[in-house]
Design a protein around this ligand. Structure first.
Ligand code: NAP
Length: 280
């Protein structure tokens, strides 16, 4: 049977470590404040924002300052708020919950956030730092996956790592992080030929395509480590990933479940980035 990579447990360990670190900062008189901006009331975004605030409260010492703006907020108004928060010395991190409504240019908003407060790690400066190996904020989901592997004693060095998906928030930063850990990295996408053959090269397969139970055992090399980033609700209203867990699990050596795998790690790593603002 495959080793189940327990994201719930590992994210809890990380949050507990951060809690101790934050208590020390607090004792030294150092406060941490995360500004969380939500435009509109998309229910999924509201759940994410609530969970982020809950994580701040759990860690203690991280104040979350909420900005709940109406759907009709203009791009100029949002930019003005972000600029004010950039200039506000009591704010350490700024997070704009994505997606923003269609009339607002998401890239423009991301570029407005100061790279020094970019706790999501989406600013081009953060992305550039990641690729050239400089210290900076790491995109939370891929950073969480590296922690899942390391804390499950799965070595990356020298391994064939295949990522399916090349988004800016998962696939691309994942590739940079695995390279940094000395993996041999292939990034596959919707135009990749012979996807099954490419995926079957992987010692470590990371799937972030956004298609319910798409990856079956036909894509898996016997004994591979399989990481599922996908998050869906199936017809029966059950949470599931991009991987057909029941089919793939017997062929893997270690695998993440959905829920309880990658998902909880994203928020833990966001909290890590908040603490990083005062570590520097
Ligand atoms: P995205 O921006 O939609 O990107 C999907 C990627 O998958 C694209 O690069 C696309 O290729 C590729 N793709 C789509 N269909 C494919 C196919 N049939 N064969 C090969 N590649 C294919 O998605 P994302 O934002 O990275 O998210 C992916 C999934 O992860 C979603 O289910 C999302 O909900 C989930 N997610 C979870 C977390 C978490 O914290 N657990 C965080 C982020 C995302 P092209 O570039 O060629 O179009």
């Amino acid at each position: 049977m495959a080793q189940l990579i327990d994201g719930k447990l590992i994210s809890q360990q990380i949050k507990d470590e951060l809690k101790e670190e934050v208590a020390q900062f607090k004792a030294e008189g150092i406060d941490i404040c995360l500004a969380v901006i939500q435009v509109g009331s998309d229910p999924a975004s509201s759940v994410y924002v609530r969970n982020k605030k809950k994580a701040c409260a759990y860690i203690g010492g991280v104040e979350s300052r909420s900005y709940e703006l109406p759907e009709e907020t203009s791009e100029e108004e949002l930019i003005k708020l972000v600029e004010e928060l950039n200039a506000d010395e009591s704010v350490n991190g700024i997070l704009v919950q994505l997606p923003v409504p269609d009339h607002i240019d998401e890239d423009k908003i991301i570029r407005t956030i100061s790279p020094d407060k970019d706790v999501d790690g989406f600013h081009p400066v953060s992305v550039g730092r990641l690729w050239i190996g400089e210290k900076g904020f790491l995109s939370c989901t891929p950073a969480g996956i590296i922690q899942l592997l390391k804390r499950s004693n799965i070595s990356i060095e020298g391994k064939e790592c295949v990522i399916i998906g090349r988004s800016n928030i998962v696939g691309k930063p994942m590739a940079a992080l695995l390279l940094r850990e000395n993996g041999t990295v292939t990034v596959a996408h919707s135009r990749t030929k012979d996807l099954k053959e490419v995926a079957k090269r992987a010692d470590i397969l990371i799937v972030a395509i956004g298609k319910e139970r798409f990856i079956t055992s036909e894509y898996i090399k016997e004994g591979a480590v399989v990481i599922d980033v996908g998050m869906h609700r199936d017809e029966a209203n059950h949470l599931c990933g991009d991987i057909d867990f029941a089919d793939v699990e017997p062929h893997s050596s270690a695998i993440t479940p959905v829920p309880g795998g990658v998902g909880p790690m994203t928020i833990a790593m966001l909290m890590n980035n908040c603490v990083e603002t005062v570590r520097k």
